[in-house]
Design a protein around this ligand. Structure first.
Ligand code: MN
Length: 727
């Protein structure tokens, strides 16, 4: 019984292959069918079906809807073997050779990418693309796989449905569009829509159904006279109402905020001609417009100028019976296949596979351009947005002075055009003439424009071009040029600097140099070298300045940066806690600051020295700086003091360092507060690789009090250092 079912399945698949593919290696299909059936014999799908049904259905989609070749069908049959069974890629390679193994491997890897959720979506795009570049069949297989998974999505849990539907809408549908797989794209979108907006989906489905009869009879009425005349002309063709897609109706309702009826009032009809001669399409258009009045501005000729994904067709809108607008598409059977199956149809219809390879190659180069040099610093989200935009972008048709066609995205400027013609022309693009008139380089081009680019040897890319170009090729070249240029400037500046500093016998390593330059407000070495190169600054002067700084370090003495940071924090805290100092015993506010040479701490004996313009500087009474100044100008010395605290206490800071272990902080605070109820006012501890370092600010009665506490702290297990912090 079971065998009977599978025998029929295999024969059905073979029949579809024979019908749709150029040639079929039937043995290959049979063997992969058996291999997959055997491998998956123990697996079951969420629906309860035997798992094998999934790869089988995917293979059918490939053979029917993206009919490329027998290798793709065989790969589709085995695409989940590595992922879901005990068989490995090695087994497939051994049995079926490298090509099929590589395709299956590629498809498996793409699934892996999606499974790791940390990867950003843009990254997914990039990986998808790279795998596709190796073999386009990997991607086609993934489309078929996703399509079948979406068709059977109802069996999965809700959250998974939503995630897959979103991913399909974000990634698979735009890609399918670019591949020209219109039919698959529509189905993916409609299925995603169904799970993402179930209420709206049902509403549209219901309305479509209720209007079906009315609609069908109208289209019949519309087609009748055309059919009659076409027959008289001796043309073979097929004409039918074009299915409307739920998701596009939904989008139109949203975008135009119009009710369903108005959107759906627009009827759509398609004529497919059984002819090899594309001129027949224009004859058919003639017939159509002799019966119904056309709306001229809605006429589009994609036959003479195909879209970038290969799409060809005539689009027209006419006024049908009862004055209703009807959209009509006219195309040959071959064009129709391309419109629905994209790349895959090319494969079937092209006589010469070499030119197909060339076309595919162009296409792949185009997509690869977007990613290869996608700057790493571009935020993932932005990259994805710009990529999606590129996938859906409208195209404009432009011409060189010789009449050669270039297709660019809408919004392209002369600079984009110049780069599209050749990167050299882009790099040296000076100005542009559009239809004979000079325009600015950021001018937005329009379909049909003829563009002449005027170049100059001396012209180079400008950084602000990046603001208005929209193609990736242009962006990428401009960025590269700007970076190269910057590198040159840095190197040249560096060379000048090294020569000058050597000549003036300045010896300094890059780290020290950077530190001094930061003090001098340069952001980094690059900035410094560029400004030397541009002669914004004089290197000799800087050498002298640095030399001075190195010979005469600042008076307050340079300390270990970490300690200094902590110390400054302590000063700020301690001085705030104490509440400012008094002048001649009174607590009025007056402008004062603390001298950096002696850094007074609350509790120290201090004096004030009146400065010119900087208020009163507070020094230690014992400060050498102060003593020498006071000797010269005793009239400037004023009496200051710390405000008396309640219990006659003053703040002191203790610097601590030790090995970190659990309970350490507790030991420290305990030994402080257990001694005469000493008050802890602030604690700041940093731990780095098992070593902690910190300051503790406490209130003490006097020096002895402080010293007792320090003694206690030093006895704690693990403490390496405990000192009073004074400058
Ligand atoms: Mn699968």
């Amino acid at each position: 019984m079971r065998d009977g079912i599978y025998k029929k399945k295999l024969e059905d698949l073979l029949a579809v292959c024979r019908k749709n593919l150029r040639s079929v290696n039937e043995d290959l299909i049979r063997r992969s069918f058996q291999f997959s059936l055997e491998a998956h014999k123990n697996n079951v799908r969420a629906s309860g079906d035997p798992f094998f049904n999934h790869p089988y259905e995917v293979a059918l989609v490939v053979a029917k809807e993206i009919p490329l070749d027998d290798v793709s069908v065989a790969s589709a049959l085995m695409h989940d073997v590595v992922e879901d069974t005990e068989f490995t890629i090695k087994d497939i390679r051994h049995e079926f050779g490298d090509t099929i193994a590589d395709i299956v491997d590629g498809a498996t890897k793409i699934s892996d990418i999606f499974r790791s959720h940390e990867v950003t979506q843009a990254e997914n795009y990039r990986k998808m693309l790279l795998s596709m570049v190796n073999d386009i069949r990997v991607m086609l297989l993934k489309f078929a796989d996703r399509l079948h998974n979406m068709r059977t999505l109802e069996y999965l849990p809700d959250e998974k449905q939503i995630r897959l539907a979103k991913e399909t809408l974000d990634i698979y549908a735009p890609f399918a569009h670019r591949f020209g797989l219109a039919k698959i794209k529509w189905e993916l979108e409609d299925l995603s829509f169904k799970y993402l907006h179930p209420v709206e989906y049902e509403e549209i489905a219901h309305k479509l159904k209720s209007k079906r009869k009315e609609r069908e009879s109208y289209i019949k009425k519309f087609i009748q006279p055309i059919e009659k005349r076409m027959k008289e002309e001796g043309m073979k063709f097929e004409m039918e109402g074009r299915p409307k897609h739920f998701f596009s109706i939904f989008n139109k309702m949203k975008a135009r905020s119009k009710p369903f009826d108005e959107i759906y009032d627009l009827f759509a009809v398609r004529a497919i001609l059984d002819t090899e001669n594309s001129n027949d399409c224009f004859t058919a258009y003639g017939v159509l417009t002799s019966i119904y009045m056309p709306i001229p501005e809605r006429f589009k000729n994609y036959i003479s100028v195909p879209k970038k994904n290969g799409y060809q067709s005539i689009h027209a809108t006419v006024i049908g019976p009862d004055g209703r607008m009807v959209e009509v598409q006219i195309r040959t059977r071959a064009m129709h296949e391309v419109a629905e199956k994209g790349v895959a149809a090319h494969w079937k219809y092209k006589e010469n596979l070499n030119t197909l390879d060339e076309e595919l190659e162009n296409w792949i180069t185009w997509v690869r351009d977007i990613f290869d040099h996608a700057e790493d610093e571009t935020p993932a989200k932005q990259l994805m947005e710009s990529f999606k935009l590129t996938l859906y972008q409208d195209e404009i048709y432009l011409f060189t002075p010789k009449g050669e066609l270039r297709i660019l995205p809408k919004g392209a400027t002369p600079v984009d055009f110049a780069y599209a013609v050749h990167s050299n022309i882009g790099d040296h693009c000076l100005s542009a003439k559009v239809n004979g008139k000079i325009v600015s380089l950021n001018h937005q081009l329009r379909s049909g424009d003829q563009i002449e680019i005027i170049t100059s040897k001396n012209q180079t890319p400008k950084p602000d071009w990046e603001k208005f170009v929209i193609t990736h090729k242009a962006k990428q070249h401009i960025r590269k040029w700007v970076k190269d240029e910057e590198r040159k400037e840095v190197n040249s500046g560096k060379e000048i600097w090294e020569k000058r500093s050597k000549k003036m016998k300045l010896h300094i390593n890059d780290d020290d140099l950077l530190e001094i330059l930061r003090e001098m407000k340069f952001s980094d070495l690059k900035d410094f070298f560029i400004r030397i190169h541009r002669a914004d600054i004089d290197p000799d002067k800087i050498v002298k300045e640095i030399d001075q700084k190195m010979k005469h370090p600042p008076a307050e003495g340079i300390k270990d940066e970490k300690t200094e940071g902590l110390f400054n924090k302590f000063l700020t805290t301690a001085r705030n806690i104490t509440g400012g100092i008094t002048l001649f015993g009174s607590h009025d506010k007056f402008l004062h600051s603390y001298a950096k040479c002696c850094n007074p701490i609350p509790g120290d004996e201090i004096v004030g020295f009146v400065t010119k313009g900087d208020g009163i500087k507070i020094h230690l009474k014992s400060c050498h700086n102060f003593i020498s100044m006071a000797l010269n100008e005793p009239q400037r010395v004023v009496e200051v003091g710390w405000p008396p605290t309640d219990a006659g206490e003053y703040s002191a800071a203790i610097y601590l360092r030790g090995e970190d272990h659990s309970g350490m902080l507790n030991d420290i605070t305990h030994s402080i507060s257990s001694y005469q109820n000493t008050n802890i006012r602030a604690v700041k501890i940093d731990v780095q690789s098992q070593i902690f370092e910190g300051t503790i600010i406490i209130s003490v009665k006097n020096k002895e009090h402080l010293e007792r506490i320090i003694e206690k702290l030093r006895k704690i297990d693990g403490i390496i250092k405990a000192d009073r912090m004074i400058e």
